[in-house]
Ligand binder design. Structure first.
Ligand code: SF4
Length: 420
């Protein structure tokens, strides 16, 4: 399959730029943002880890040279290392992965190799944190490029969530109602920092993924009168709407305004309070793209990710997690045309994997997840060769005071619905 590098073009409506294909190290020296990529406007928050310059030998190596160096290092390390590749990762990296999956599948996959000394996570920062929370004592989790954050996860920081919580407690109090339900249950999407998962663990809350969000919301409604859902407004809104919660009872919380920009009445009636975060990749999908796909391909099956805006989910035939999308396509017995609303690397891989179907991305302008994109083979070769020398680079370590409550929130999720 052609590298996604060759597909990124300048086009009207693009939020990314062809320079992205030049090499992510060009953006590692103080550029104030993640871009270009999913959105040029995505800003790295203050205090986020920054990646130092990749040694020049890795910047200048050809794709074939890096491939050979990664292979050689991996062969030398053998079972001492496990490489995890996210569905949205570029193919040049995924081909070296021992496991391919979504963030939680990968964190669990890492647990199946307890003898590995190092887990190299080719994904983004919050995923490496989750792997570290679940890893056994002594295993090092490595993120090949520290600038591989997630712009959505960064939209909810722990200080803003704590301030929000204080305001909600002031409004609702802390006493349960006659049925024993507390005023608010915090629910965080897997795509969030370890600190937010820890916050949920400490405050009777839980973590969800895009595949179990409905089950988790049911769990939360059994225990609480309402839910504070962060950071992705779209996943929260789409999931709660499908469960019958009216949109009027889902106010949005803007952390820059008192009471999130809401009046007391709206907050009293609320069933789900939605943080104002979003994914820059999935926000690009539009109803017009769905309509165009239906015009161009009568009978097309449109499947989108629930991080897309609600109008897009409503216009599509189906919505579901990355794993749902993969399974839906794998289960189609007749040749089918699929228009898919999720990250381009995943869509291209599905198109290669299932040549009996016509599979294309709903968005004609290719803008990959710019933060995933930071994991270039050069960084993978760099961390693996360091491991061969006995050096651990770019280790992601979650301190115990965060990891312990975060594990509680993750275990509540697993108890609510085991991962399949
Ligand atoms: S696709 Fe969106 S949610 Fe996923 S890592 Fe990229 S920015 Fe974050």
């Amino acid at each position: 399959m052609a590298s996604v590098d060759t597909l990124i073009v300048s086009a009207p409506g693009a939020t990314c730029a062809p320079e992205l294909a030049d090499g992510p190290w060009t953006f590692d020296l103080g550029t104030p943002g993640y871009g270009p990529g999913a959105s040029m406007g995505d800003v790295i928050p203050t205090g986020s880890p920054r990646q130092g310059q990749l040694p020049v030998e890795y910047q200048q190596a050809t794709g074939a040279q890096l491939h050979d160096r990664i292979r050689a290092a991996k062969d030398t390390l053998g079972d001492r290392v496990v490489i995890l590749g996210h569905f949205y990762q570029r193919d040049e990296v995924v081909q070296h992965a021992d496991f391919l999956g979504d963030s939680f599948q990968l964190a669990n996959a890492a647990q199946t190799v307890p003898n590995a000394e190092a887990i190299v996570f080719c994904g983004v920062h919050f995923m490496a944190e989750t792997a570290d929370i679940l890893a056994r004592e002594g295993q090092a989790v490595i993120l090949p490029n520290l600038a591989a954050g997630c712009s959505m996860a960064d939209m909810a920081d722990i200080d803003s969530v704590r301030e929000c919580w204080e305001q909600l407690e002031a409004l609702y109090g802390t006493e349960p109602d006659a049925e024993g339900r507390v005023p608010v249950i915090p629910v965080t999407y897997m795509n969030s920092s370890a600190a937010l998962k820890g916050f949920c663990g400490e405050h009777g809350g839980i973590v969800c993924t895009s595949s179990n969000a409905a089950t988790v919301l049911e769990w939360a409604f059994e225990r609480g009168q309402r839910v504070l859902f962060f950071p992705d407004q779209h996943l929260g809104r789409n999931t709660a709407k499908a469960m019958g919660v009216p949109l009027e009872q889902m106010p949005m919380w803007n952390p820059h305004k008192p009471f999130g920009g809401n009046d007391a009445e709206a907050l009293s009636d609320a069933r789900v309070i939605l943080w104002h975060g979003f994914c820059s990749v999935h926000k690009r999908f539009t109803v017009a793209q769905v309509e165009q796909a239906r015009l161009d391909f009568p009978g097309v099956r449109v499947i989108v990710h629930p991080e897309c805006p609600t109008a897009v989910v409503d216009a599509a035939d189906e919505a579901g997690s990355t794993e749902y999308i993969r399974r839906a396509i794998a289960a189609a017995t007749e040749p089918t045309t699929f228009a898919v609303g999720t990250e381009i690397n995943m869509v291209n891989r599905l198109a290669s994997e299932f040549p009996q179907h016509t599979i294309f991305c709903l968005d004609p302008v290719v803008c990959p997840c710019s933060t995933m994109y930071r994991i270039h083979p050069g960084y993978l070769a760099w961390v693996l060769e360091a491991l061969v020398r006995g050096e651990v680079l770019n280790q992601i370590s979650v301190p115990d005071d965060v990891a312990v409550p975060a594990r509680v929130a993750l275990e509540r999720m697993l108890a609510a619905k085991p991962v399949i």
